[in-house]
Design a protein around this ligand. Structure first.
Ligand code: BGC
Length: 440
């Protein structure tokens, strides 16, 4: 490999998630998920916005995939809406839901683009939440049934499987501090959610191995390794605690290391582990994905967790997230050793910018700079021998940014929410050039 080129087999793609782009929320048999409910609670989401229409990808598959091909994207990471495929979170398959995802995969293949499917990206059927959601062990088994349904119905068309996206977010933000759906804030429910998410992942991997399907299967985390804010020993302790809380309670069990003792002894997390669970959760995976956006230094404080974000001086994106590309390198190095040198993909990385359309163009220089910086450290990682196999920009198109509604734009492609017209931004053409030349 020439020093300045990405390897020939390095995959460049982009990512989205069902609730954020599909729309068609009440069509063809889809039933409600926790985000449909949550967005109706006053004050939870910017102006009560929801995913009813979103970027309307449900009706625009051909147009969107053709655009991906024009940009040169080689892979599309999308997620499946559980309640579109299994209405009410039940056991009866909705043929129309399956037909939609088959059409999406077939269209991707027709354009020579790989189909990378995430089974769960936060949109739990509301009926399962009514029974306790991720705090209920039954949800892990319901997830296994859902995963098995997808293996059977879509297994011939999927090139890469991801069991779930960022358990940290749907467990902690969903059940720990209640900022995201379903909006619960209970420490015991949070600990249960973590364990049941981990268990659900393991059960889904076990079932997958029985299918004989050959596409790789893995999981996506959003690890961060915050720097200690100062040279004080107590801030170093804060940083260690942050890693346990953000990373190790999810990936420890998956890599057969179990739950870190600090999680129980210091954070008071009571994981409802049953006999045999840890073996299921540590079923071998083929790769893992890292979603990386930013990193903030931490300092020690007297809260239960014992750490908090410290101020930062770096330049920020429209999310007010500092741009810290070196943090990605630290995460890649640490994860490489923690995982035992398993293949890794950057499954999300991207920037929300104050985009605006001027004479039919979007000059998003900030986003291009952001991508360039992160591609730069990825090359360093590859040169060091880290088996980094691909990069998925978040997001392919502007979409529903959870509690921020439609006020934050991450896309390579602009979505005009009034007309649903698409316009590739300058960053899309920058990506095209990177993909063609394999240079950043
Ligand atoms: C999530 C996406 C989200 C993005 C930007 C990630 O944590 O997987 O769904 O849109 O961050 O906030």
């Amino acid at each position: 490999m020439a020093d300045n080129l990405f390897p020939k087999d390095f995959l460049f793609g982009s990512a989205t998630a069902s609730y954020q782009v599909e729309g068609a929320a009440y069509e063809d048999g889809r039933t409600e998920c926790i985000w449909d409910e949550f967005s109706r609670i006053p004050g939870k989401v910017w102006c009560g916005e929801n995913g009813n229409v979103a970027a309307d990808q449900y009706h625009r598959v051909e147009e969107d995939v053709a655009l991906m091909a024009k940009i040169g994207l080689q892979a599309y990471r999308f997620s499946v809406s559980w309640s579109r495929v299994l209405p009410n979170g039940g056991r009866e398959v909705n043929e129309k839901g399956i037909a939609y995802y088959r059409f999406l995969c077939q269209t991707l293949h027709r354009y020579g683009i790989k189909a990378c499917l995430t089974i769960y990206h936060w949109d739990l059927p509301k009926e399962l939440e009514a029974k306790g959601g991720w705090a209920n062990r039954e949800t892990s088994y319901a997830f296994q049934f859902y995963a098995e349904t997808l293996y059977r119905e879509l297994g011939d068309l999927v090139d890469m499987w991801i069991t779930m996206n960022e358990p940290f977010c749907f467990c902690y933000l969903g059940y720990g501090n209640g900022v995201h759906a379903p909006g619960r804030a209970d420490w015991n429910d949070f600990a249960s959610a973590v364990h049941h998410a981990n268990l659900a992942h393991g059960l889904a991997v076990e079932s997958y191995r029985k299918t004989g399907l050959k596409a790789p299967i893995g999981i996506v985390w959003n690890p961060i390794l915050p720097r200690p804010a100062t040279g004080r020993d107590e801030d170093k302790i804060a940083a260690e605690r942050a890693s346990v809380f953000n990373n190790e309670i999810y990936m420890g069990p998956v890599f057969g290391k179990g739950y870190p003792t600090l999680a129980t002894s210091e954070f008071g997390l009571k994981f409802p582990i049953e006999k045999g669970d840890e073996e299921i959760i540590s079923a071998p995976i083929d790769f893992y994905g890292i979603n990386y956006y930013n990193e903030r230094p931490v300092e020690r404080d007297s809260s239960l967790l014992g750490f908090k974000d410290a101020g930062t001086w770096e330049e920020e994106t429209a999310m007010k997230w500092p741009i810290v590309e070196k943090g990605l390198l630290r995460v890649l190095r640490w994860m490489d050793s923690y995982s035992g040198h398993l293949p890794v993909y950057i499954t999300e990385n991207g920037s929300a910018e104050e985009d605006c359309v001027k004479e039919g163009r979007i000059h998003d220089k900030g986003r291009i700079d952001y991508i360039r910086k992160h591609l730069g450290v990825m090359k360093e990682a590859i040169a060091e021998g880290i088996p980094l196999k691909g990069y998925f920009y978040w997001s392919f198109i502007d979409n529903y940014e959870w509690t921020f509604g439609y006020t934050r734009r991450f896309g390579l492609v602009w979505c005009d929410y009034m007309t649903l017209r698409r316009i590739p931004k300058d960053s899309a053409w920058y990506m095209r050039d990177v993909i063609r030349s394999r240079e950043e």
